[in-house]
Each structure stands twice: as structure tokens, then as C-alpha cells.
Design a protein around this ligand. Structure first.
Ligand code: BEZ
Ligand code: FE
Length: 292
């Protein structure tokens, strides 16, 4: 086959991998070529624009390293990460909604006893964070692994300032108690911009968008027999809830930080300065129930 034109080339490309023995590869590649070709026919790029696109993707790859993943950021800011999450985690009933993982999760974070303070070198208003983990049938889940991580009051994660902080801060792993409950101390995080010093920043500027994410606490919760829950709890007072740069906000994930005066805290400790409290009741989906 030869002499392809704007109308015939799409079928020709799809035909070329028709003998693939992997049906999923065939399905994915067929759709990819169809959408990609339709996109080109739709926008009709000049050669200069096509070269810019290739250069943009090349630079996106080149800026990636062990700590920086610009392709994930591109996926996040184009809403693809949340779309993949929506496809994989349709939320039913009382199950807590999921949202993006983001680039600042660290595997094997330090484990802490309930009630510990994970602020490390981070400064900010002390926050007493509490909550519970239960199954979708209402029963409490004891021993659920609860990973939490958040930015400081200037919008930076520990991994972005390890040298000044001298180690991990604002992150840790806890296990829910026999009643499925947990609590710990940290500081109240603030909103922050996603990294803008790479191609994604260039794209946001060109699109006339801001790079901000509303303040949030990240959670990853895992318990036997249940689907892993990756989510955030957002600060209701934040100005960016309706314009999150990565489209991650859901109403059910928004909570209040309640200001508290000095005195005896909910865990019985005496506080000599003001602090705040925030709580959330997490509900996990059963694996079997979801598969059925
Ligand atoms: C985050 O919440 O940590 C995050 C998510 C997506 C892009 C950048 C940061
Ligand atoms: Fe975050």
C-alpha cells in the first residue's frame, strides 16, 4: 500500500498492526492513532508548530530525574491524572472519594506512634489531626496503614527542602487503633504552586492559568481486603478550591480547620499556644464488593 493522503493514512497505520497477537495493544494503538490523526486533522499544525510540540515533549523528558517527574505534572495539569482516577475509582455509597497521588509521596516513610508530632523542622500553626478508618459496611478497621504527607506554611514539601530541614518533615505513617481511630500533631499546610520552572509552567502561562493547588493533607490508606485509598483533605478556607491546577478537589474532601485556644487538647496534652484541629472519617471500599 502506498499513496496515502489525509483521508486514507489513518486506516493504513491501523492496518499495519492488525496482526499483533495482543488484543489490548491492538485496541489501545487503534484508538491512539485514530485520536492522534483526528487531532492533527482538526488543528492542522504548521511545520513550526509540530516542531515546537516535539521540542516541548523533548524538554519535558529531559527535565525528569529521580525527584522531578514533568510528564506526571503534564498529565496532572491537563486533567488526565484525575480522569484516570475517575475511570479506576468510581465512587459508590459512603466510600471516601479518591484524588491524585502527586509527586511528593515517599515510599517507606518513617512510622510513628499515634499522637506523635510529625512536623519535624516545619514551622507553622500547630494542628491536631484526627480521624477514623472504617469499611464500607460501617465496621471500624483496626491496624490500617495511614501514610500522611503535606507542605509547610510556605507551600513546600520536605523533599523540596531536605537540606534546610535536615530530614523528613510533615510526613509519616501511622496505624489505626483497635477502634479504627487515629490522631497526630503537625502544622497547618498552605496552598502552593505546582513547579513552574519547566515546560509545564510554560504551558500554564500560555494557557493563561495559575499554577496553584489549594492547601491539603495527603493520605494513602491501606488495609487488608480493601482497595488502597489515595486522597487529600482540603482546607475549606482556601481560595483555590475551585481552580485547583490539577483538578483534584471534590466537595466531600473539604473540611474545616477549627481554631483552638491554648489549653487542654483532645488527646489530653496541655497546649500553651493556640492551635487548630481537623478531622476526617475515611471509608474504604471492600475489594470483593468492588469486583462483584
Ligand atoms: C501534590 O498535591 O502534591 C501535587 C499533585 C499534582 C501535581 C503537583 C503536586
Ligand atoms: Fe500536595
Amino acid at each position: 500500500m502506498r499513496n496515502f493522503n489525509e483521508k486514507t493514512i489513518t486506516d493504513a497505520v491501523i492496518q499495519r498492526f492488525s496482526s499483533s497477537t495482543d488484543p489490548r495493544i491492538k485496541e489501545v494503538c487503534t484508538s491512539l492513532v485514530k485520536h492522534l490523526h483526528d487531532f492533527v486533522r482538526d488543528i492542522r499544525p504548521s511545520y513550526e508548530e509540530w516542531e515546537y510540540a516535539i521540542d516541548f515533549l523533548t524538554r519535558t523528558g529531559k527535565i525528569c530525574d529521580g525527584n522531578r517527574q514533568e510528564f506526571i505534572l503534564l498529565s496532572d495539569t491537563l486533567g488526565v491524572s484525575m480522569l484516570v482516577d475517575a475511570v479506576n475509582n468510581p465512587t459508590e455509597g459512603p466510600v471516601t472519594q479518591s484524588t491524585v497521588l502527586g509527586p511528593f509521596f515517599v515510599e517507606d516513610a518513617e512510622e510513628f506512634a499515634l499522637g506523635a508530632n510529625i512536623a519535624g523542622g516545619m514551622k507553622g500553626l500547630p494542628a491536631y489531626v484526627s480521624g477514623s478508618v472504617s469499611s464500607e459496611d460501617g465496621s471500624p478497621i483496626a491496624g490500617a496503614a495511614i501514610d500522611v504527607w503535606h507542605s509547610d506554611d510556605a507551600g513546600f514539601y520536605d523533599v523540596q527542602q531536605l537540606e534546610t530541614l535536615g530530614g523528613n518533615a510533615g510526613r509519616g505513617r501511622f496505624y489505626s487503633d483497635e477502634n479504627g481511630k487515629f490522631h497526630f500533631w503537625t502544622i497547618k499546610p498552605t496552598c502552593y504552586p505546582v513547579p513552574t520552572d519547566g515546560p509545564v509552567g510554560e504551558m500554564l502561562t500560555a494557557q493563561g492559568r495559575h499554577p496553584w493547588r489549594p492547601a491539603h493533607l495527603h493520605y494513602m490508606i491501606q488495609a487488608p481486603g480493601h482497595r488502597k485509598l489515595v486522597t487529600h483533605i482540603f482546607d475549606r478556607a482556601d481560595q483555590y478550591l475551585d481552580s485547583d491546577a490539577v483538578f483534584g478537589v471534590k466537595d466531600e474532601l473539604v473540611r474545616d480547620y477549627v481554631d483552638q485556644s491554648a489549653g487542654v487538647a483532645p488527646d489530653g496534652t496541655k497546649r500553651d499556644a493556640p492551635y487548630c484541629t481537623i478531622t476526617y472519617e475515611f471509608v474504604m471500599a471492600k475489594k470483593a464488593a468492588r469486583a462483584a
